[in-house]
Design a protein around this ligand. Structure first.
Ligand code: 5GP
Ligand code: MG
Length: 193
């Protein structure tokens, strides 16, 4: 049999398990994009993409949406390098996009403690009322939240484990894996303290 090694084969070797394949993600994005197109039909959309985790998700999702739309990217950090949320949400720019009167869709890679999306959506509400604001994530991690966040669009639900791939990183690496999975334990450094 003629077997060809997939691209990123050596990166995939660092995974213990694949949770969602590239094909499963693509099929799910088709459905999410359909709902978004239907919900905002007749309007213009402003998508606020949280970087860097949302990078691949937003690029693939937006190309499936049949609406006039603009994209704003915001850089936020809450993990600061490890596998545990730090509890602090750092917005890495001073100016928020002007969103009063807009139809906004905030997109993040994953909802975990809820701190990031809670902080961002609150900032938007305070800084001039958007017309409509909806929130979408690729992954909804089923854990106890520090802040409740109402999700309008969810790709997949996952348990309480640290995942990488398709934009999600560990210490800045693994974002370019086309699938989403869990790292082998020996790929994760023991925290220093
Ligand atoms: P929250 O503020 O909801 O606790 O966390 C959201 C952010 O933490 C996400 O945008 C993401 O950057 C990061 N995060 C949460 N869980 C995971 C995970 O399992 N893997 C990775 N790579 N990042 C995560
Ligand atoms: Mg993030």
């Amino acid at each position: 049999m003629n077997t060809v090694a997939p691209p990123n084969a050596s990166l995939r070797m660092d995974l213990d398990r694949v949770l969602f394949t590239e094909e499963e993600i693509a099929a799910r994005l088709d459905k999410m994009a359909e709902s978004i197109t239907r919900d905002f039909e007749g309007g213009t959309l402003t998508v606020v993409a949280l970087m860097h985790g949302g990078l691949f998700f937003v690029a693939d999702l937006l190309r499936r949406i049949d609406l006039p739309l603009r994209v704003e990217c915001l850089s936020v950090a809450s993990y600061h390098g490890g596998t545990e949320s730090s509890g602090r949400v750092t917005l890495l720019q001073n100016h928020l996009p002007e969103l009063a009167g807009e139809n906004i869709l905030v997109i993040d890679d994953i909802l975990d403690t809820g701190r990031t999306l809670h902080a961002i959506t609150n900032r938007f509400r305070e800084s001039g009322a958007p017309n409509r604001m909806k929130v979408g994530v690729l992954l909804d991690k089923k854990v106890e939240r520090a802040h409740e966040v109402d999700l309008d669009y969810t790709g997949f639900e996952i348990g309480n484990e640290f995942v990488v791939g398709y934009g999600l990183d560990y210490r800045g690496l693994y974002r370019n894996l086309p699938c989403i999975g869990v790292l082998k334990p020996d790929r994760i450094d023991t925290p220093l303290s």
